[in-house]
Design a protein. Structure first.
Length: 198
């Protein structure tokens, strides 16, 4: 399968998702600066979503830059990952109505969990298919991605689920803080060769 076509399709879908997120931002009817204050919760959830998708895209770009093969399995798992990503604007908009509301925050957590599973599976499959095609060094470097190691560590995932449940039960608004921390600490910590691929 043509790798560049899959990358272009993915980039287009991600661009549309990011565009939809900003379209949820409502322009105030008043010209007073204070009229923007009701939009602050959405601005916070929007910023977290933008950061989340941006860092995910960077890691996705890293994997696709390294891979030598794109099989049907990779294509369909990539589509599944984009499908889960497409729910982020809905989750972002709903959470943005009330950062401390339990229902929207639980929905966001479900979207994040499904996204995490799809992303880990995509990374696993890219590494596996490259190894099967005789590109073990590529498979090894993809498996060394901090985001992949975190998402496949039962200790990390187990601790995260416990913390997540406690946050959602007692203080749902902290979920945005947890996601920001995780995205920056795990997803933002990329392999050293990520700036040297081209």
């Amino acid at each position: 399968m043509n790798k560049s076509r899959v990358e272009a399709f993915t980039d287009a879908v991600i661009a549309i998702i990011l565009t939809i997120m900003i379209l949820e931002f409502k322009t105030p009817d008043s010209s007073k600066l204070s009229a923007i204050l009701p939009q602050v919760p959405y601005m916070i959830s929007y910023a977290v979503g933008w950061l989340f998708i941006g860092i995910a895209w960077y890691n996705h770009h890293y994997m696709f830059s390294k891979t030598k093969v794109v099989t049907k399995k990779i294509f369909w798992i990539n589509n599944s990952w984009m499908f889960t990503t497409s729910f982020i604007p809905v989750a972002t908009a709903w959470v943005g109505r009330d950062l401390n509301a339990q229902g929207p925050e639980i929905f966001y957590a479900i979207v994040y969990l499904l996204w995490t599973f799809a992303y880990a599976l995509l990374t696993y499959m890219i590494a596996k298919e490259n190894e099967k095609a005789g590109h073990k060094e590529i498979a090894d470097s993809i498996r060394q991605m901090k985001i992949y190691r975190a998402l496949t560590s039962w200790k990390f995932v187990g601790a995260e689920i416990i913390i997540w449940v406690l946050i959602l039960v007692f203080m749902p608004a902290l979920q945005m803080v947890l996601i920001t921390f995780q995205v920056l600490a795990v997803g933002g910590n990329v392999n050293e060769d990520s700036d040297k691929l081209f």
